[in-house]
Design a protein around this ligand. Sequence first.
Ligand code: OGA
Ligand code: MN
Length: 289
Amino acid sequence: MASSNWVPGDIDVRPLSSAMGAEVRGVDLARPLTGAVWNGIRDAFRSYLLLSFPDQSLNETQQIAFSRRFGQLQVHVLDQYRHPEFPEIYLLSNVDRRSGATIGHHPDKGTLVWHSDLSFQRCPALATMLYGLEVPRTGGDTLFADMYAAYDALAETMRKHLAGLRATHDLDFSRQRAGERPMTDRQRRAAPPVDHPMVRTHPETGRRSLYISHHVSRIDGMSDEESQRLLAELMAHATSDRFVYRHQWRKHDLVVWDNRCTMHRATEYDPTAERRIMHRTVVLGDIPV
Ligand code: OGA
Ligand code: MN
């Protein structure tokens, strides 16, 4: 590249939709990033909430190294999903590692409902990175919703109402409601329910966003019925089309999103006929305020 006028730090950032998200070209995430490229990525991440890097070739170590640029990585409490050699990698796959055959069912139904990663922890996720090793021909898209925009679009009375409210987030409750088997006693002890404000302020942008998730079991201080009614109303609002970007996966996309101001969910695919293998890493963030 010596003869071209390419400048280190140049990255090509193009918006993916009117809602949120951008595609970034001109970066090889398998290699150490220069400070200028890294700053470009962080700026774009702050502005677009989700970045998609097409055509990446990443082994586990390289994905972990890139993820660590954002902060400390999580090792998931659901140990059945841990990569046998790289505990920071959560294997989201419908393919059996030994036989290479499909397992015939969706590997994690908890991903099929709108949520924000690790909202069931005191320190939830800052960012999640998902790398598509094999992706279905049809289905298996991921939907993302902009929770800044959802908050901004709420009526003033609703924003006031939510200002002092907190909600309880509970992984075991959420897994069972999504149709997954209950957690083990050890997992439950490692992930007790926590409560978080329903409106949070982003530590970097200072913007407010609506902080809800399928992991929410109830709103503190409300009856069950009142809680479920308000949560359903907020979910319906927050996931309306105008706030949503749909990611249709291509093999070797690396997508990173900000869980502090977005929600996401997977969509169904045929787990008997299609193969979907994703490597996921999660960066821990701050206590929501
Ligand atoms: C996740 C998740 C969505 C998908 O890995 O946190 O929700 O489309 N995945 O697999
Ligand atoms: Mn998720």
